[in-house]
Design a protein around this ligand. Structure first.
Ligand SMILES: Cc1[nH+]cc(COP(=O)(O)O)c(/C=N/[C@@H](CC(=O)O)C(=O)O)c1O
Length: 393
């Protein structure tokens, strides 16, 4: 029988748990570089004013699949309005509890209809990927991704590992701004990955959590997904608006499943709705209303894209500043990876011990894998972070 007394303590989350420790730290020099610091965008504030004025049905249930306007807008944002799969209505799209929820609904759907499916996940990857797919009952495997020597993509090893996967296996691919490494395939490498996926009959499950955060251009950042769509490949794509709209706590995202026909899409939609209904019934309204308003209102969309570009430009400045601050300490080694990597994070290669020492002596808070959220840096913190890194080399 159930006895809550027998429940053991679970481990703190490797990423979200860091912020908890940061908040307990009262020192002046405490610095949180673990997760993004959500600035509320002007476009979001304006969208919320519009929603409050116009949306009379503000508290009704949404349909199981979510806000219809959001679903169409997010699909077009991901694949492009002119994508064949979109125009032929072959993409099954359900609103999701952000990227995590999209991945989980997709994993449950796969396990329900294709039990025993093997899922190949990059090494390293986002800290939650293995648990999401594992908890849904799927078999997870690593594929080599980062070459720790060059700090670049271990491309041949990645392809070799994918070629070893059984046909029908799922391969998780970060669309852009790979977390935690900040290392992405080049466009030529994406073409070869698409060839390998097609030849080996693998099923891509794209994780699109940073569209717009890699280059500041939302169209360019969707390159990989759109290349695979143009090839006519089936795929799943999990989307998140946590980072690119700063809607973290609104939990707004989507799961897209590209199907071979409109009829198949209709059947997949019906099965996705069964997963959603039994998991949380239907999704929250507010985040979907914000995202749909920004995506479909031309003035707000334009304003949003300008704000997003400014955020990405500031991150590039912080990368340059951090690299120069570290080099100014006379730190040994090549720090060019800090400005070569893209997206929100830089993967420093610091060990868990070095990270713990930086927390203890310099009150720097970051995940034990050595990832620094550059988005969390400000000019006045650069020298402090650089000194902390210098102290552990
Ligand atoms: C690659 C990736 N995919 C999905 C998510 C899910 O985010 P959501 O808010 O559910 O849409 C995150 C979040 N990453 C950051 C926060 C977290 O760990 O949840 C992070 O890596 O810091 C990712 O980095």
């Amino acid at each position: 029988f159930v006895s809550f007394e027998s429940v053991v303590m679970g481990p703190p989350d490797a990423i979200l748990g860091v912020k908890t420790r940061f908040l307990k730290d009262t020192s002046e020099q405490r610095t949180n570089v673990s997760v993004g610091k959500p600035v509320v965008l002007e476009a979001v504030k304006k969208a919320e004013r519009l929603i409050l004025e116009n949306d009379a049905r503000i508290k009704e249930y949404l349909p199981i699949a979510g806000d219809p306007e959001f679903r169409q807008a997010t699909k077009e944002f991901c694949f492009g309005a002119d994508a064949k799969a979109v125009k032929e209505d072959r993409v099954a799209t359900v609103q999701a509890l952000s990227g995590t929820g999209a991945l989980r609904v997709g994993a449950e759907f796969l396990n329900t209809h294709f039990p025993g499916t093997q899922v190949y996940i990059p090494d390293p990857t986002w800290g939650n990927h293995f648990k999401i797919f594992g908890n849904a009952g799927l078999q997870t495997h690593k594929y080599r991704y980062l070459d720790v020597k060059t700090r670049g993509l271990d491309f041949e090893a990645m392809l070799a590992d994918l070629r070893k996967a059984a046909p029908g296996s799922v391969v998780v691919l970060h669309v852009c701004a790979h977390n935690p490494t900040g290392v992405d395939p080049t466009t030529e490498q994406w073409a070869k990955i698409a060839d390998t996926v097609a030849d080996c009959k693998l099923l891509p499950f794209f994780d699109s959590a940073y569209q717009g955060f890699a280059t500041g251009d939302v169209e360019k950042d969707a390159f990989a997904v759109r290349l695979f769509e143009e090839r006519g490949l089936p795929m799943l794509v999990a989307q998140s608006y946590s980072k690119n709209m700063g809607l973290y706590g609104e939990r707004i995202g989507a799961l897209n499943v590209v199907c071979p026909s409109k009829d198949a899409m209709t059947r997949v939609m019906s099965q996705l709705e069964l997963v959603v209904r039994a998991m949380y019934s239907n999704p929250p309204r507010h985040g979907a209303a914000i995202a749909a308003t920004i995506l479909t209102n031309p003035e707000l969309r334009a304003e949003w894209l300008v704000e997003l570009k400014a955020i990405v430009d500031r991150i590039l400045q912080m990368r340059k500043g951090l690299r120069e601050a570290i080099e100014a300490t006379g730190a040994p080694g090549d720090w060019s990876f800090i400005t070569n990597q893209i997206g929100m994070f830089t993967f420093t290669g610091l060990s868990a011990e070095q990270v713990a020492s930086m927390e203890k002596n310099y009150n720097i808070y970051m995940p034990s894998n050595g990832r620094i959220s550059v988005a969390g840096l400000t000019d006045d913190k650069l020298d402090h972070v650089a000194a902390a890194i210098r102290s552990v080399l």
